[in-house]
Structure formats: structure tokens, C-alpha cells
Design a protein around this ligand. Structure first.
Ligand code: F6R
Length: 600
């Protein structure tokens, strides 16, 4: 979702801003812009579409050592050049970029800005107009900025420049992520560290309702009462090569291929010196103290949560509920007496999940975040964190983060079970090693999945994924993967549920991808396949070695039946990838989607 960059230093800022925005492309956006300031004043370049279009539009002759940039994912107002950021105040003195949503923008407009003609349909414009209003009333810019912040309801990450002062960027944050990066003779602003890794790996975290005065040689953080806050910087442990595509045509394919290595990295990171799995003992205590676990997540992470419930219930025998975060906050179920909340989030920034975390913290409940991003909002704000160690995931469609979430949930379940002296059905270290090897076999079978995608999905309008038990949850993930990148209407169904209505949609040739990795339902899922075949469906059965039957389209290597989602998801990831490729879709940046969903 929207991304912000800013640079103030001694070098020309244009290229640094554009490169930063390119690194933020993965978050999803529909327009982009930069504003730079030099002795000739402020110059704005913005375009609907890709950063490549913006690059074309930027005048290479303009040199400026201070600038801000933005990728926009439309919320208020259609994607257009006019609505894209940066936005300017009426006199064009102030220029602003903003992530987030200002909920009371209409009220503020009516109350303070009746005489100001708005140029865009955005909520953002209200902010920059208010700063100008208060500056015109005689406030210093810093005070005008602060006064504006105190009036805003909603989420924001902001960077503001003043045409009369090219030595300062004013920055503020509430709910939306924002970091300040430190350099020698320059400082930067970025929605995430990846964007500015090109110039620095030292960052300072910002907390909600803080503002920052960023100059070339100095960064001052203040709260909204104007008090200075001292905070130590940290080093972002990211390798610049982790965020390059290398020889791969797409990040998604690279990230699918990285899954075996991610499994091994997770094992390493959660092993003690004796090779036993180990997690923070406070987390084990929190698990054991809980009478019920509530998993809160969205999208793919929610699908990982559904599998995680099986791991925790079957191994550690603690009851688990799994909830979609955007629903939970407004429709909270009756909670148990001693709940533990587990937030699963690749980005650690999902606003829907965060609003639940804020609520349950207020209620005094304990929380654990499982995330790929150390220092992310959900990680900082929860009591405990378990990291995924998957490395940066750039493709919008989540792949390696999903399998990493499953592996970490399995570890959490196993270690908890052992602490409760419960019998665990396997040696998880060994089993995850088998999973990594099996993933490698699938990685080397790409032609098969390309063929399946071509055969089943090149012309279809829709597709069904069916499974029973744990396979059903992988079917949900398969359908999400396929629809988000290939735009084929896809649904995941419990095999037995289809006949209760949805089977009406099966026509001659409708592809039905069936997963058969569970012994106890092997015959019944095959019965469900027969039901759809009798109505004309084109079935594609993906089974597990040992359960396979004649005519199965692909047989995945055998792994422990509780861990099959880690393996059976790989074929559906690859089939979705090739289906999108055949349809000429933008695999890594599907339309309308954002990687880091920072609005509710
Ligand atoms: C789909 C996908 C999304 C995310 C969802 C939650 O491929 O990536 O469904 O899973 O937006 O994001 P996180 O995990 O960052 O909270």
C-alpha cells in the first residue's frame, strides 16, 4: 500500500527518491510522484501508473538536494494524476505526501477550509491546506504542523516540505509505518528500510503521534506536546541482494524457489545447541497459561492460521479459534477467561490486525505476533514475537511467508506440547528437513505445473479447489493465489460442501483442482471428484505418494500427514504463477492489490 520516501543531504535527491520508490513498488500502488526543492522553488513530477512512467516524466536537468516521494494506492478519489501525491497548499508554499486515511477530513474541511478551493478528491489535501492556514495565521511552520496533527483522526505517515526552507523535512506518524534513516551528511525518510537500504542501514523507529524535524545533519523527534524524545537507532539486518530478482523473471518464482532454504533457516534459528527446537520460554509460558488461543490474521496469513489451529490443537491440545482480523474488531466473540492472541502477519503492518491488537491490549490480554519483519508495528506492540526468517517477500502474492508461517506455527505447537509432556507424533526437526527436500522435488517439476496451468486454466473463467480436512485450507489458499494474480474467479471449498449449492456452477470443462493428501478422507474426496466429473468438470487431482490412484495428475512426495500443507501448497503456487503468466498478467504486482495493507 502507499509508500513514502524522503531525502535531505548534499547529493541530488531525484535518483535516490526514484530508486526508493522502486523498492516500495512491491507494496502495491497505482500512481507515484516526487517533489524536490532547490533555489528555484518546489518542482513536482507525478504520474498515474508505474514508477517507470514517473521516471520518464522527471526532468533530468533539475537538481535538488531535498525531496519527498510517494506511491499511492487509491482510497479517497480515483487513481489519477490529480489525486496522486505530492499535494500542495493553495499558495503552493507547502508540499506533502501522506499514507493512511484521515477519517475526519470532511469535518475539517467544513470547519476550517470553507474558503479554500480543493484541487483533488483526496483526504490528504486537507492536511497540507491546514498547515498553510495555521502558518498564515502566524504560527511557525513546526507549530502549524503540530497543530494540524492534533486535529487529525485516523492513520497517517507524513512528509512535508516548505518552499521557504529547503533545509527541513517535517515528518509525522500515527498508525501507518514510517522510519527515519540516518547517514553522514544526509538523512532519509522511508515507509520501510528496504527503500533506503541503498544509502543507509541505520534507522530510528517512530512511534504513533510523534513528529520529526529532519535536517541534513540532525534529526529531532518530538511528541505532540513538543517534548524532545531520544531514541537509539538500530541496524536493519537486510542484505541488499535479498531484495534483488537475480536471474528470475519474477520475484514470485524466486520466492517459491526459496522455500526449501527458508525451511532450513527456520530450523537453524529455532534450534538450541543440542539440536532441540527451542522458543522463548515466556512464549511457552503464555501458551500454557492460556485457556484458549485466538488467531487473528488476514488473507494468506489467515489461511496459515487455519492450519496452525490444527497444529496447536492436535499437538498441544489447547483450543484455538481463528478469526479474520477485519471482522474480529467489530464483531468480537465471547472471549474465554485467559485468552492468548496470536497475530499472524507477513508484513507486521496490516491495519486490520493492528486495530484488534490495540483493542485486546486495552482489555489487558496477552499477545504474540508471528511476522517476517522484525521491528514491524505488530511485532513492537505485541508482548512477544516469533520471526519467520523468510527474508524479504517482494511479490504481492505471498508464498514463502505462508510456508514459513506454517513451519513456525508447527514449532510453536511442538515446543508447547513438549512442555506439557504431551506426546508429539514426530521429530519435527527431521520432518521439516523432509519437507525441505520434498519442496526441492516440486521446485524441479515446474514443467508439470506449467503444463497443468496451460491445460486447465488458459481459457477458463473460473476454477474450484477442493479438499477435506487440512487440504481444504490449502484449497482456500490455492484459490486466493490463483485469483489474485491471474484474475480467474476461483473458490476453495470443503469437498463435501460443494453439493450443498455451489455444484450448480460446474459446467462442461470447469477445472476442479482436488487435493488428496489425507488418508482418512482419501476415498471421500475422490467421491466428491466423481460428483463434479459427473457434471462435466475437468478434474486435476494432486495426491500424496502412498495415497495416489490411477489418473491423478500429480503426486507430491510423502511427508507427515499433519505437515502436508507445507508441500501441497507448492503445486498450487506454481500452477497459479503459470496461469497468470499465460494470461499475460503482471505476476508480481497484480491489479488493485497492495503488499502491505496499512488501511482498515
Ligand atoms: C495474498 C496475501 C495477502 C496477505 C494479507 C495479510 O497473497 O499476501 O492476502 O496475506 O494482506 O497480510 P500480512 O500477512 O502482511 O498481514
Amino acid at each position: 500500500m502507499c509508500g513514502i520516501v524522503g531525502y535531505i543531504g548534499y547529493n541530488d535527491s531525484k535518483e535516490i527518491l526514484l530508486k526508493g520508490l522502486e523498492k516500495l513498488e512491491y507494496r502495491g500502488y497505482d500512481s507515484a510522484g516526487i517533489a524536490v526543492i532547490n533555489n528555484d522553488g518546489v518542482q513536482i513530477f507525478k504520474e498515474k501508473g508505474r514508477i517507470a512512467d514517473l521516471r520518464e516524466a522527471v526532468d533530468p536537468k533539475v537538481e535538488a538536494q531535498t525531496g519527498i516521494g510517494h506511491t499511492r494506492w487509491a482510497t479517497h478519489g480515483v487513481p489519477s494524476r490529480t489525486n496522486s501525491h505530492p499535494h500542495q497548499s493553495a499558495s503552493e508554499r507547502f508540499t506533502l505526501v501522506h499514507n493512511g486515511v484521515i477519517e475526519n477530513y470532511d469535518i475539517l474541511k467544513r470547519e476550517y477550509l470553507q474558503n479554500v478551493e480543493m484541487k483533488s478528491e483526496t483526504d490528504t489535501e486537507v492536511i497540507v491546506q491546514l498547515v498553510e492556514l495555521f502558518a498564515n495565521e502566524g504560527l511557525q511552520v513546526e507549530d502549524a504542523f503540530r497543530k494540524t496533527l492534533t486535529l487529525l483522526h485516523g492513520s497517517y505517515a507524513l512528509a512535508l516540505i516548505d518552499e521557504q526552507d529547503k533545509e527541513t523535512i517535517y515528518v509525522a506518524k500515527n498508525k501507518s509505518p514510517l522510519l527515519v534513516g540516518l547517514g553522514f551528511g544526509f538523512n532519509v525518510v522511508a515507509s520501510d528500510a528496504m527503500a533506503m537500504l541503498q544509502v543507509t542501514d541505520k534507522y530510528v523507529e517512530l512511534m504513533d503521534k510523534e513528529m520529526v524535524i529532519v535536517k541534513k545533519e540532525e534529526v529531532t523527534i518530538k511528541n505532540l506536546d513538543g517534548e524532545v524524545i531520544n531514541r537509539e537507532p538500530y541496524t536493519a539486518e537486510l542484505d541488499a541482494s535479498d531484495i534483488e530478482k537475480g536471474t528470475y523473471p519474477h520475484y514470485m518464482l524466486k520466492e517459491i524457489d526459496e522455500q526449501p532454504a527458508v525451511m532450513r533457516k527456520i530450523i537453524q534459528n529455532y534450534q538450541d545447541e543440542n539440536g532441540e527446537l527451542e522458543i522463548d520460554s515466556d512464549i511457552v509460558t503464555a501458551m500454557n497459561d492460556a485457556d484458549r488461543i485466538y488467531i487473528i490474521a488476514a488473507g494468506t496469513s489467515y489461511h496459515a492460521g487455519l492450519v496452525g489451529k490444527q497444529f496447536i490443537e492436535r499437538m498441544a491440545q489447547i483450543p484455538v479459534e481463528v478469526h479474520i482480523s477485519s471482522e474480529f474488531g467489530y464483531n468480537m466473540p465471547l472471549l474465554s477467561k485467559k485468552p492468548l492472541f496470536i497475530f499472524i502477519s507477513q508484513s507486521g503492518e496490516t491495519a486490520d490486525s493492528r486495530q484488534v491488537l490495540v483493542q485486546v491490549k486495552e482489555m489487558g490480554h496477552k499477545s504474540l505476533t508471528i511476522t517476517n519483519v522484525p521491528g514491524s508495528t505488530l511485532s513492537r506492540e505485541a508482548d512477544h514475537t516469533m520471526l519467520l526468517y523468510a527474508g524479504p517477500e517482494i511479490a504481492v502474492a505471498s508464498t514463502k511467508a505462508y510456508t514459513a508461517q506454517l513451519a513456525v506455527l508447527a514449532i510453536l505447537a511442538e515446543v508447547t506440547a513438549k512442555s506439557r509432556a504431551m506426546e508429539v507424533p514426530f521429530n519435527l526437526v527431521q520432518e521439516l528437513g523432509i519437507v525441505a527436500n520434498a519442496m526441492e522435488v516440486l521446485r524441479d517439476s515446474k514443467e508439470d505445473f506449467e503444463m497443468i496451468a496451460h491445460e486447465y486454466l488458459s481459457t477458463t473463467r473460473n476454477c474450484f479447489f477442493i479438499g477435506r480436512g487440512i487440504d481444504f485450507y490449502v484449497g482456500l489458499e490455492g484459490a486466493l493465489k490463483l485469483k489474485e494474480i491471474s484474475y480467474i474467479q476461483a473458490e476453495g471449498f470443503a469437498g463435501g460442501e460443494l453439493k450443498h449449492g455451489t455444484i450448480a456452477l460446474i459446467e462442461e470443462g470447469t477445472p476442479v483442482i482436488a487435493l488428496a493428501t489425507q488418508k482418512f478422507v482419501n476415498l471421500s474426496i475422490r467421491g466428491n471428484v466423481k460428483e463434479v466429473v459427473a457434471r462435466g468438470a475437468n478434474p486435476c487431482i494432486i495426491s500424496m505418494d502412498g495415497l495416489n490412484m490411477e489418473d491423478d495428475r500429480f503426486v507430491i512426495p510423502e511427508v507427515h500427514e499433519l505437515l502436508t500443507p507445507l508441500i501441497s501448497v507448492v503445486p498450487v503456487q506454481l500452477i497459479s504463477y503459470y496461469a497468470a503468466l499465460h494470461r499475460d498478467c503482471d505476476v508480481d504486482k497484480p491489479r488493485n492489490l497492495a503488499k502491505s495493507v496499512t488501511v482498515e
